[in-house]
Design a protein around this ligand. Structure first.
Ligand code: PMP
Length: 796
């Protein structure tokens, strides 16, 4: 439960006065106070002083009110001078008074001692000394709260910066696309660079809302201002303690000419009372920005759902101004400045300028030393220095959201995979001519994920090697040579595979398919010959496979193999219609051919509904090839087949791969399976994929250039067209969207025969926050992109 607009109480003052009189024995003048969710009054009681009367929002749980009262009592006991209110008990001894209002609804009232002073927000600009005093007060408050616990302290609240990711679903309410982009890029950087570090920082229950409305100041004897009060404990939460000064600093910098000075003063004052660690100082500035980001995103939602309550948008204008000023600053440079303010030494980090120069030099040298047939992504190539989860980092530390890397399946740099790799590398790495348990264990674990018939493995080092070997197996076993492939498909970089891959053989520099390779049309339900994702279209496309098989039989060269991706990758993220694979396999088998599912791109749980994409079609292939994801970036590929096929292939000629199946690769493969299962990433892919499909379909209603949204789990394609009627491919627009998204820190690429399909196949740890960031970037890119980018055809 959380406070709601409808739950805001609106009691008549007489009703409140009667309750206060009956249960507290107090009478006096009641004046309404502004409030975000509650109903608050100031009570000037005859003879007894001043109080705050707070009537809680109906959506606020009881234990949250109790958390506040318990914390106030705890603070008062440990710090008698604390400028915080105290909760007064009723004459019956209750700290929360529950009473029925005139309409029968139950109300919860709390009476707090009044704190004198005016809000800090009333000062045109807070004096620096006051900011230091505020920092010190918060440091003392947090010291006094040390050890405080309460059942409600860990409830999820939107203002907890450790949960700032939740605003990803709210940024769409920010109407101005430039401002929306600013907040989404901030969130992206925060998620990648700061959020993962927060749990390791000191944690405690904090006030969490020292904004300039909640901090009260009064003239001091020396002529300045002192902090006279800190009120509103409704957002208390257990989180990273450093959020406390960060929240205060976010508001302190709203009115100052030098916001960084304001942050340094608040944090510096805090440091005197409760010293901050280096890691906390490092998190400070991003936390300040994120608080401003949460504030403006929350205001944007409030403007829609609660337009008549200006209190909920109180800091909006100033927060935007601060955010716009601060968002362009380099976090590393700001960290250095704050470190200097704390007397900490300079850290040796490359400056962005040095990184830029390094990048240009690297590019020049790469052009000399690396074969020119290998292209780089993007008009201005990116230098990537690190990766974690679904994020990549350039050498300056800027984060990019990786939406295309289906190789680092369980996330970039997954600690468990890295540990397994380095442990085994330190113990032994050798070829497979000795008995070793890992190869057997991995084969057992891997085949356990496949249909029972697929029980025998060959291990190699790449998808290409796997497909090349599978073609060789099929040819040996059938005694035939010809192969049936899908138009637009890519299966690998060996000569055999280039000769049979239309994507290469018929692409730039291609010399055409080999005479033994025969293509069938891609079963594309969107722009192909048979439209619609139904069984009739599936059967019609499968018929074309049957026709080729029949022709080949007629020509005296029946096919050895039908080689197919269950969802086309380089072919444009095309999902074959239902019944297609079942009937196509039937036609191939009817003429004695074998069927191979290339799961190099789509396999290992990516499609969400099942571990392997072919399972969606209710078929069992004779051979399956695996690559990319199974090693999470470590070179590992496999062919899995039936015992009959494997036995028939064992004709005396050895199959040996020097590296294939080595213990390090097997340890990695096992760790990947452990993580996939342990973190339930297949299930997560299904959920996130569904969320993305819905999100892209919603975008399509606003952007008619989105012609088709398709795929399964985290293997999706978004096809862009000039017109939904003609389906003319929007190739240049697609390239421009890719470039725009990159500028926003979101990495996508274009795919398909017309290079007009945005391919989405991120690491499987991609969640809803990342999905929101991706949707936001594509939304903005479509709104602004012009046909201004070149197309770079490449396959990965
Ligand atoms: N099969 C498919 C479907 C692929 O997409 C690829 C690579 N893009 C390969 C095989 C070849 O894999 P690798 O690059 O690991 O050799």
């Amino acid at each position: 439960m959380a406070p709601t607009v409808e739950g805001r109480p609106a009691l008549a003052p007489e009703v409140v006065a009667a309750a206060v009189s009956e249960h507290y024995g107090l009478a006096g003048r009641l004046r309404p106070l502004p409030a975000e969710w509650d109903q608050n009054f100031r009570l000037d009681a005859e003879d007894a002083g001043t109080f705050a009367v707070k009537i809680a929002n109906a959506g606020t749980p009881d234990d949250e009110l109790d958390l506040q009262n318990a914390a106030l009592a705890w603070i008062a006991e440990r710090w008698s001078e604390a400028p915080t209110p105290r909760a007064i008990a009723t004459s019956e001894g209750a700290t929360i008074l529950t009473f029925d209002g005139p309409n029968g609804a139950s109300n919860r009232l709390r009476l707090l001692t009044w704190r004198p002073g005016e809000p800090l927000s009333a000062l045109p600009a807070p004096p620096l000394a006051t900011l230091e005093a505020l920092g010190r007060l918060l440091g003392e408050l947090d010291r006094s709260l040390d050890g405080f616990t309460h059942p409600a302290m860990a409830r999820p609240i939107g203002w907890d910066l450790a949960r700032a990711a939740a605003i990803s679903s709210r940024t769409a309410a920010i109407r101005d696309p430039r401002r929306r982009g600013l907040v989404e890029q901030l969130l992206l950087q925060f998620q990648a660079r700061v959020a993962p570090r927060l749990p390791a920082l000191p944690q405690s229950v904090i006030h969490n809302d020292a904004n300039d409305e909640n901090v009260l100041v009064a003239p001091s004897a020396e002529g300045g201002r002192h902090i006279a009060g800190l009120v509103d404990f409704g957002d208390m939460v257990r989180t990273a303690t450093v959020c406390e000064p960060a929240v205060a600093a976010a508001y302190a910098c709203l009115k100052l000419g030098d916001p960084l000075e304001a942050i340094a003063r608040v944090a510096g004052g805090y440091h005197v009372a409760r010293p901050l660690s280096e890691a906390e100082v490092g998190a400070l500035f991003p936390l300040v920005l994120m608080r401003l980001g949460v504030s403006v995103a929350t205001s944007a939602v409030a403007a829609v759902e609660d337009p008549d309550n200006p209190h909920r948008r109180i800091s909006d204008r100033a927060a935007w101004a601060a955010l716009e000023r601060l968002a362009g600053l380099d976090w590393n440079e700001v960290e250095e400045r704050l470190r200097a303010a704390f007397g900490l030494g300079v850290r040796s980090r490359p400056t962005p300028a040095a990184v830029g120069r390094g990048g240009a030099k690297l590019l020049a040298e790469r052009r000399l030393r690396i074969a020119p047939s290998l292209s780089l992504s993007y008009r201005e190539p990116l230098q990537i220095a690190g990766g974690r989860g679904a994020y990549l980092f350039d050498p300056a530390g800027r984060a990019y959201l990786d939406c295309v890397n289906n190789v680092c399946h369980v996330g970039h740099g997954h600690p468990r995979v890295v540990a397994a790799l380095s442990r085994q590398a330190a113990a032994l790495n050798t070829n497979t001519r000795y008995l070793h348990p890992l190869i057997v264990e991995y084969a057992r674990r891997l085949t356990a994920t496949l249909p029972e018939r697929l029980s025998v493995c060959y291990f190699v080092n790449s998808g290409s090697e796997a497909n090349d070997l599978a073609v060789r197996i099929a040819r040996t076993v059938t005694g035939r040579r010809d192969v049936v492939v899908m138009d637009g498909a890519y299966h690998g970089n060996t000569q055999t595979l280039v000769d049979l891959s239309p994507y290469k053989a018929e692409g730039p520099g291609g010399r055409g398919l080999a005479p033994w390779a025969h293509k069938v049309p891609a079963p594309d339900p969107y722009r192909g010959e048979h439209r619609g994702a139904d069984e009739a279209a599936g059967a019609a496309y499968a018929e074309q496979v049957g026709d080729v098989c029949e022709r080949l039989v007629g020509e005296g060269r029946p096919p050895a193999l039908f080689l197919v991706e269950p969802i086309l990758g380089c072919g444009g993220q095309v999902v074959p219609p239902p019944a297609y694979l079942r009937e196509a396999f039937w036609h191939v088998r009817a003429v004695g051919g074998l069927c191979l599912a290339d799961e190099v791109q789509v396999g290992l749980g990516r499609v969400g509904t099942s571990m392997w994409a072919f399972e969606q079609h209710g078929v069992v292939p004779d051979l399956v090839t695996l690559g990319k994801p199974i090693g999470n970036g470590h070179p590992l590929g496999a062919v899995v087949t039936t015992a009959e096929v494997a036995n028939a292939f064992a004709d005396g000629m050895e199959f040996f791969s020097t590296f294939g199946g080595n213990p390090v690769s097997m340890a990695v493969g096992l760790a990947v399976l452990d993580v996939l299962e342990g973190q339930r990433l297949r299930e997560k892919a299904l959920a996130t994929g569904g969320y993305l499909i819905d999100g892209f379909r919603a975008l399509a209603r606003r952007h008619p250039q989105i012609g088709d949204v398709r795929g399964s789990g985290l293997f999706l394609g978004v096809e862009l067209v000039e017109s939904p009627e003609t389906l003319e491919p929007a190739t240049a627009l697609t390239a421009a969207v890719v470039e725009r998204a990159k500028a926003d820190g979101v990495l996508l690429s274009a795919e398909g025969p017309h290079h007009n399909v945005l391919k989405i196949k991120p690491p499987m740890v991609f969640g809803e926050t990342e999905a929101d960031l991706l949707l936001g970037a594509v939304d903005r890119a479509l709104a602004t992109a012009r046909d201004d980018a070149p197309v770079l055809p490449f396959s990965d």
